[in-house]
Design a binder for this molecule. Sequence first.
Ligand SMILES: O=C(CO)[C@H](O)[C@H](O)COP(=O)(O)O
Length: 224
Amino acid sequence: MDTITKAKKAAGEKAAALVQPGMLVGLGTGSTAYWAIEKIGQMVKEGLNIRAVATSVASEQQAKALGIPITSFSEIQQLDIDIDGADEVSEDLQIIKGGGGALLREKIVAHASRRKVIVADERKYVKTLGKFPLPVEIIPFGWELVFKSIQALQGSPTLRTREDQPYITDNGNYILDCKFGAIENPEQLHHHLKAMTGVVETGLFINLKPTVIIAYENGEVKTI
Ligand SMILES: O=C(CO)[C@H](O)[C@H](O)COP(=O)(O)O
C-alpha cells in the first residue's frame, strides 16, 4: 500500500472510531470514506448495532456487502454522525466536494447530520479553496445555458465526461467542473451559482462546522 493510501486508511479508521452503538450514520463517498466504511463494516461484524444512510450507490453497495444495515429518510429524520471525504478543505474549514460526483447526496446527508466528520489526506488541506475545479451538479436539459452563465462568471467550466459521454450522477444529472481560481468568498460564489436556473447543487460545503481528520504521509493523524 502506498503512503497516500495508508494516510487515507488512517483518516477513515480514526473517524470510524467515533461511531457509537445505536448511532444513525452517514456514509460518504470516495477512496477515503471507503476506509471508514470498511472499518464500520468490521465493527458491525463484531456486534456494533447501527443503521446507515449512504451518499452514493457505490457506497451503499459497499455497505450492504459488509452487512451494514441501511436505512433511509423515509424512516429517520436525522443522523448522529456523517463521515465523508473532501477534495479540498481550507484553513477556515470551508470545503470543496464532488470529485467523485456524489455532491448532492453528500450535502443532503451532511445537513441531516448532527456531527459532520471530514476525512482527508494532507494534500487536500489548503490555505484557500480553488485549485481543485469546483464541481457543480446541473440539470441535463439546457445545460449549455448554465455552462455559458458560468463562463460569464469566469468559472471556466468543463462538462465532466466518462467514456466520451456526459458523466451522469446517481440523480441523473450532469456535472460541470469549474476553474474559478482562488475562491476568496466561497459563500458568495455558492449563492451566485445556486441562483442559476438549472443548477441543482454546488460542491461548496459552507459553514458546516465539521470535525476534520487529516492524515499525513509520515503516519501522523491530526484532528482539527
Ligand atoms: O466528494 C466526494 C465524492 O463526491 C469525495 O468525498 C471526494 O471526491 C474525495 O474523494 P477521495 O477521498 O477519493 O479523494
